[in-house]
Design a protein around this ligand. Structure first.
Ligand SMILES: [Fe+2]
Length: 149
């Protein structure tokens, strides 16, 4: 499944409310929606200029909604869904964030660290609406780049 608009992506992220279908999330007692917001917020604090990295953090956990039950396919499913909209770099970060072994680069290491930390109940990580303009920006930049080819 490929997402065609920021609106569709926002809908999917809202649908993550009350979904817990990922390893470790029950332990932290945050649902996928909260997990996504916390991951993105941590990356925004650490890499304020890197919107693509923040957005990768926001969307990395949509896999369980796209392919329920098939945990091994979650990262690839999420990557395929966002590639056309948000670009190859975001897709690659999402696809590789769960790979075992040493992260291939600093961005992956940062995403993975934020992913692990973003499971704390009671943290105020803002609301999804705060991310709409950032998603619009990354999508617009990606569609301009795509148009050059
Ligand atoms: Fe995660």
């Amino acid at each position: 499944m490929e997402l065609r608009s920021v609106e569709e992506l926002m809908d999917l992220l809202y649908a993550c409310r009350g979904s817990w279908d990922a390893p470790g999330l029950l332990r932290g007692r945050v649902d996928l929606h909260q997990h996504a917001l916390q991951t993105a917020a941590l990356l925004r604090r650490r890499r304020p200029a890197d919107k693509e990295l923040q957005v990768a953090g926001l969307v990395h956990a949509i896999g369980p909604l796209l392919r329920p039950g098939d945990a091994a396919a979650h990262p690839a499913g999420a990557a395929d869904a966002v590639r056309g909209l948000l670009g190859e770099r975001v897709a690659r970060l999402v696809r590789e964030h769960h790979r075992s072994g040493r992260p291939a680069d600093d961005d992956l290491a940062r995403l993975r660290q934020a992913d692990e930390e973003a499971r704390a109940p009671g943290v105020d990580a803002g609301v999804l609406e705060d991310w709409r303009t950032v998603l619009d920006l990354v999508a617009a930049r990606n569609s301009r780049l795509g148009a050059v080819d």
